[in-house]
Write a protein that binds this ligand. Structure first.
Ligand code: NDP
Length: 331
């Protein structure tokens, strides 16, 4: 197997020398194990946190060990009941071309017609469920709400905006980091309006985009975006605090939002969440989102990088906005 290991803990933005590519010989599967050839690997923003030596809701990656993360692959050899050669499985031994894993840590997935297996790392997987649960349950979205989502051209954000539209939002507003992404949001994904947060102060741009205020904010970014949303909120607004990617590479504590006290006077609900607590929505999510994909009402993008040797670059590109939709690595 060719595998990516963490060579050093990054200071600020990760760089090439923080990763090494190693080659390892895998044996045959022992009792209860399967050998999997990975087809697609995921890079996700939360992995940046795991590269630091701090306790979080996921433990840190160990130095000089192969990193882990979502992967879909094909079983080559099985020594376990319930899985056979040729089965497609979703598992957590990513960042490598092949994985020798206990069968009980792999979930068999059925490939839907005309859908790439990579969808289980994005639209039909963890990021898709994050969007669905975060908007509908955490932010308690209701018809007519004006919804603002940051990181709107990414894996989670692009699905949040589209579900809001499909569920009858009053208006859907997105922010992203390039003119191309902004055009994509309004022209392809059906956002009512969108802005490039690099064009000026976020609070000014949001005020122009949402002159009558917002009811729901789905926060992927934190910092200035959250500060702007607090200003823009109507009374009884609700925020799902999903991520704070503007701060993941920071070496100093962030200052914004400086206006958190507005949450009091406006009687807001700002609720943080971790997608793994929302598995009770998985079946409903798969049915509803699967239906929208099949009917063509929901669009999803993937940015595909090829080759295990290019995986660190894919991860660094993700943190730098090189992706539209889900960033995945194809082997
Ligand atoms: P994305 O596909 O959205 O990729 C990350 C994007 O972040 C980049 O494309 C880039 O787009 C944007 N970005 C990078 N730096 C900044 C910055 N300084 N300010 C604003 N945007 C920036 O990733 P995901 O959809 O997988 O994740 C989105 C967020 O959701 C992350 O914060 C992640 O940690 C969080 N998350 C939380 C979960 C939970 O359970 N709470 C589960 C899954 C994800 P651009 O070009 O627009 O800058």
């Amino acid at each position: 197997s060719r595998e990516i290991q963490l060579a050093a803990r990054p200071q600020g933005a990760p760089k090439d020398s923080d990763f090494t590519l190693v080659e390892r010989q895998l044996g045959q599967p022992g009792e209860g194990e399967v050998l999997v050839r990975n087809l697609f690997l995921t890079v996700d923003p939360y992995m940046r946190g795991r590269m630091n030596d701090v306790k979080s809701y996921t433990p840190p990656f160990a130095l000089n060990e192969t990193m882990t993360g979502g992967a879909v692959g094909e079983v080559i050899t099985s020594n376990a009941d319930g899985l056979k050669a040729g089965d497609l499985v979703l598992h957590d031994a990513g960042w490598r071309t092949h994985a020798l894993i206990p069968a009980k840590t792999a979930r068999k997935v059925d490939l839907l017609p005309s859908i790439s297996p990579s969808a289980y790392l994005g639209i039909l997987g963890m990021p898709g469920l994050t969007a669905y649960a975060g908007l509908l349950e955490v932010a308690a979205f209701k018809e007519g709400d004006v919804v603002f989502v940051s990181g709107a051209a990414g894996a989670v954000g692009s699905v949040v905006g589209q579900i809001a539209r499909l569920k009858g939002a009053g208006r859907v507003i997105g922010s992203a980091g390039s003119a191309d992404k902004v055009a994509h949001l309004t022209e392809k994904l059906g956002f009512d309006t969108a802005f490039n947060y690099k064009d000026g102060p976020v609070s000014t741009l949001l005020k122009e985009a949402a002159p009558d205020g917002i009811d729901v904010y789905f926060d992927n970014v934190g910092g200035d975006h959250l500060e702007a949303a607090l200003f823009a909120f109507n009374p009884f607004g609700r925020a799902a605090l999903c991520g704070a990617i503007s701060q993941y590479n920071a070496t100093e504590p962030a200052s914004a939002p400086r206006n958190l006290a507005l949450a009091i006077g406006k009687q807001l609900t700002l609720k943080g969440f971790i997608v793994s607590s929302y598995s009770h929505l998985s079946a409903q999510f798969a049915k509803e989102v699967g239906g929208w994909i099949a009917s063509g009402e929901l669009h999803y993008d993937e940015t595909v990088v090829e080759g295990i040797e290019n995986m660190p670059g894919a991860f660094m590109g993700l943190l730098d906005g090189k992706n539209t939709g889900k960033m995945v690595v194809k082997l």
